[in-house]
Design a protein. Structure first.
Length: 202
């Protein structure tokens, strides 16, 4: 009887560890892409053994796996100008993805946070481009100074928002990624405050 209980426990353990950690359920805006392949590519150390692919059918694709990391969803180069590549965190749960001119990933805590940060960053970049054009073509010094002031304010807002996100996410996959990408923008004082969250002892 004890042997049977032990065997049952082992089977349960193996079946549990064999389950997928994440599921990505993705859609595209048109059936135009049916039959094409979409790829899930690790952002670091991508190779033949860890790049996944799915043949799009009825405007739908799906990925399952058990490794949490930052990855990129992308189609072949021909479509990358019309279908935006998308950063996605393959964390536990069901991740809902829409691949389009502005691609979106939501449904899990880290992907929700990443999407929020991405939306903020896009708005900031649009403001930066608008300010650059306005300053270059401004009709008065006052107008130019006004746009410079707006840009400085937007830059400060983006930095403060990113620092807030870093403090919230800490050493999870998104937090470590953002810290690696954004740390060079931080002031010495901000680096000193944030460094223990990412580089100190756990």
């Amino acid at each position: 009887m004890k042997n049977l209980i032990y065997l049952f426990a082992v089977v349960c353990l193996l079946s549990c560890t064999g389950k997928s950690l994440y599921t990505i359920e993705g859609t595209l805006p048109s059936h135009k892409y049916d039959g094409e392949w979409i790829y899930l590519v690790p952002m670091e150390n991508a190779n033949r053994t860890n790049v996944d692919s799915f043949k799009i059918k009825n405007g739908y694709f799906e990925f399952k796996g058990d490794t949490e990391r930052i990855s990129i969803l992308r189609m072949k180069p021909l479509y990358r100008l019309e279908m935006q590549e998308l950063l996605v965190i393959t964390e536990k749960g069901v991740i809902k993805v829409s691949i389009d001119k502005n691609s979106v990933a939501k449904g899990t805590p880290q992907n929700d946070a990443l999407q929020l940060w991405k939306d903020k960053q896009i708005a900031f970049m649009q403001m930066a481009r608008k300010a650059y054009v306005a300053v270059r073509t401004g009709h008065s010094v006052k107008d130019s100074l006004n746009w410079v002031s707006k840009m400085d304010s937007a830059d400060k807002d983006m930095k403060n928002f990113s620092i807030k996100v870093l403090k919230q996410q800490k050493r999870n996959t998104f937090g470590k990624f953002l810290y690696g990408q954004y740390s060079f923008w931080l002031s010495p004082a901000d680096k000193t405050r944030l460094k223990p969250l990412f580089e100190g002892k756990k």
